[in-house]
Design a binder for this molecule. Structure first.
Ligand code: IPM
Ligand code: MN
Length: 346
C-alpha cells in the first residue's frame, strides 16, 4: 500500500462543508486501490485567530511540511480585519512551501451554461505565478490618514521566479493538443516587469519548438475571454493578473462553484496544496448550500499531481456527468458530494 500524508485545512465559512465532500470523493476514488491517505487536520483561520491571535505559526508550518500534500477549503471571515488571514495564513503557505505555480484549469462541461452567448466550448488552463508579483507585501504607507498619504505596493519579479513558471507553462502547453501559450501582462505600461516576462518567454520558447506562443495585454485578454475564450489554450501570467483573470475564467465556464486550483511546487521540495478558487462564502456557511464540485475537482488535480491521472480523470468525469444530469433541483452540499462519490465509484 502506498500511503500519503494529507494535511487538511478546512478553514472558514463553507470550507468544512466542501472539504467533507472532497474527502468523501477522495475515499471513493481510491476505494479498492492500494492507495491510502492518512489525514491530519489543521485548525487555521478565523476561529483560531479569535481564540489565540495566531495565524500560521512556525510549528504549524513545520508540521504541514511533514505531509505529502495539502487540501484546503477556504480562509477568510468578515469578523477578521481584511488581509489578516490572507496575509497571515494563505499567502504564507503558498510562499513558504514555494508553490510557484498556481494552476487553474477552466472547462465548460456539457450541461453547464456559460453566461456568454454562442460559447459552447471553453478549455484552457491559466498558469498563474504564485510566489511573487504585487503579493509579496513589498510596500508601505507614509503620512497615513493625511491628505498627503502615499502608499506603495511594489511588484517583485525575479528572473528566477519568472523563468521557472514560464518553463512550467510551456511544459503544460507542450502536453496539450493545441500547444498554444499566451503570455498576459501589460508591458506597454509596466515596462520593467512586463519586459522581463516577455524576454523570459522569448528565451525559454526555443526549448519547446512544438509550442506556439503569443502575447496579450491584460486588458485585451479580458475582452478576448469574454468574446472568444476558445482562443486560449494555456495562459501564463503574474500573480495579480492571474488572480483577476481566473475569476473571470470561472465565471464564463460554469461559475465559481466549479473552479478548482492547485498551488503546485513542481520541484517537490515542499507539499503542494489544492483548493477551490472560491472563498469562504460566510453568507451561506453552515447551511449545506455550497457546491462542493470545485473542491472535488481540486481533489482530482491532487490525484493527478501524485501520479494517478486515471483516478483524476474519473473524478473530473464524475463532475462533468453530474453537471450534465443535475437539472434545476436544489441539492444540499452533501447530496452533491454523495452523487459525485457514487459516479466516481462507477
Ligand atoms: C485566490 C484568492 C486569494 C488570492 C486571496 C484570498 C488572498 O483570491 O486564491 O484567488 O488573491 O490569491
Ligand atoms: Mn482570487
Amino acid at each position: 500500500t502506498q500511503t500519503y500524508k494529507l494535511a487538511v485545512v478546512a478553514g472558514d465559512g463553507i470550507g468544512p462543508e466542501v472539504i467533507a465532500e472532497g474527502l468523501k470523493c477522495l475515499a471513493a476514488a481510491t476505494e479498492g486501490t492500494d492507495i491510502a491517505f492518512e489525514t491530519t487536520e489543521f485548525d487555521l483561520g478565523a476561529q483560531r485567530w479569535h481564540a489565540t491571535g495566531d495565524t500560521l505559526t512556525d510549528e504549524d508550518l513545520a508540521a504541514i511540511k511533514g505531509h505529502d500534500v495539502i487540501l484546503l477549503g477556504a480562509i477568510g471571515d468578515p469578523s477578521v480585519p481584511s488581509g489578516v488571514l490572507e496575509r497571515g495564513v494563505l499567502l504564507p503557505l503558498r510562499f513558504a512551501l514555494d508553490q510557484y505555480v498556481n494552476l487553474r484549469p477552466s472547462r465548460l462541461y456539457p450541461g453547464e451554461v456559460s453566461p456568454l452567448r454562442d460559447v459552447d466550448e471553453v478549455d484552457f488552463v491559466v498558469v498563474r505565478e504564485g510566489t511573487e508579483g504585487p503579493y509579496v507585501g513589498n510596500g508601505g504607507a507614509l503620512r497615513v490618514d493625511t491628505p498627503h498619504e502615499i502608499a506603495t505596493e511594489v511588484s517583485v519579479n525575479t528572473r528566477h521566479g519568472v523563468e521557472r513558471v514560464v518553463r512550467y507553462a510551456f511544459e503544460v502547453a507542450s502536453k496539450r493538443d493545441r500547444k498554444q501559450l499566451t503570455l498576459v501582462h501589460k508591458h506597454n505600461v509596466l515596462v520593467h516587469a512586463g519586459h522581463l516576462w516577455r524576454r523570459t518567454v522569448e528565451a525559454v520558447a526555443p526549448e519547446f519548438p512544438d509550442v506556439t506562443w503569443d502575447y496579450l495585454h491584460i486588458d485585451a485578454a479580458t475582452i478576448v475571454m469574454t468574446t472568444n475564450p476558445q482562443r486560449f489554450d494555456v495562459i501564463v501570467t503574474d500573480n495579480l493578473f492571474g488572480d483577476i483573470l481566473t475569476d473571470q475564467a470561472a465565471a464564463i465556464s460554469g461559475g465559481i462553484g466549479l473552479a478548482a486550483s492547485g498551488n503546485v511546487n513542481p520541484d517537490r521540495t515542499a507539499p503542494s496544496m489544492f483548493e477551490p478558487v472560491h472563498g469562504s462564502a460566510p453568507d451561506i456557511a453552515g447551511q449545506q448550500k455550497a457546491d462542493p464540485s470545485a473542491t472535488v475537482l481540486s481533489v482530482g488535480l491532487l490525484l493527478d499531481f501524485l501520479g494517478y491521472p486515471e483516478l483524476a480523470a474519473r473524478v473530473e468525469s464524475a463532475v462533468a456527468a453530474d453537471a450534465a444530469a443535475k437539472g434545476d433541483a436544489q441539492r444540499s452540499t452533501s447530496e452533491v458530494g454523495d452523487a459525485l462519490a457514487a459516479r466516481i465509484r462507477g
